[in-house]
Design a protein around this ligand. Structure first.
Ligand code: SF4
Ligand code: SF4
Length: 210
């Protein structure tokens, strides 16, 4: 009971706020967004039990919002926030997790030392690593590093287990394909340069400091 006033005041303060959405260029836009309080009776009256009045109210609300939005677009002042994906994209939060990728060294080799920790940590067993020796200072590299993206659930446990910052979560989620076999990603499909995953690496390092 003691938390109710605090909760109520939070909802009331949110009700007047606008959501700030950022596009892929990082430009923020104020878009309509608010919490609407709904008052519901605990017991249904006879009108609610008939259902028909409620259905007509629902249709009226839908039609009203539809025509209001249509009018807004016709006069160039839309009242709703619409992202025309994939032409338009929003910038996700720093902690957003897309599919995992492998970090590539400047010499083109993966940063991975084939220790197998990510393979062990993966709850869906979708990582397959075959280690190989190398004469480089790194001594051990993956000869095979496959991820079955049809089973990956973007949980990020592989990234957390990796001691080398060699596997990180990207910001990409588009995996659609017409063939199930194409969901098996090999090392060449997974490699990304440090610049390409710089934002994720920054976030991981900030987490270490915390
Ligand atoms: S994100 Fe999760 S499910 Fe996907 S490869 Fe990593 S540990 Fe496995
Ligand atoms: S935990 Fe990191 S270094 Fe070890 S095999 Fe996985 S990606 Fe490579």
């Amino acid at each position: 009971m003691g938390t109710l006033p605090a909760l109520r005041s939070r909802v009331e303060s949110e009700s007047s706020s606008l959501i700030i959405a950022r596009d892929s260029g990082g430009v923020g836009r104020r878009v309509p967004g608010k919490v609407v309080k709904v008052r519901r009776a605990e017991r249904l009256g006879w009108a609610e039990r008939l259902y028909l009045p409620t259905i007509f109210v629902g249709l009226w609300v839908t039609a009203r919002v539809f025509f209001r939005n249509l009018w807004g677009y016709m006069i160039g002042r839309p009242s709703t926030f619409v992202v025309l994906y994939p032409e338009q994209r929003l910038d996700y939060a720093d902690a957003f997790r897309g599919h995992p990728v492998l970090v590539q060294l400047e010499n083109g080799q993966p940063k991975c030392v084939a220790c197998g920790l990510c393979e062990f940590a993966c709850p869906t067993d979708c990582i397959t690593i075959l280690p190989a020796e190398t004469t480089d200072a790194i001594e051990r590299v993956p000869a095979v590093f496959d991820i079955d993206m049809s089973r990956c659930m973007f949980c990020g446990l592989c990234e957390e287990a990796c001691p080398e910052e060699a596997i990180v979560m990207s910001r990409d989620v588009e995996l659609a394909t017409y063939e199930r076999g194409a969901m098996l990603w090999h090392m060449k499909d997974l490699l990304r340069t440090e610049e390409q995953v710089a934002r994720r690496l920054d976030l991981i390092r900030r987490d270490y400091v915390r």
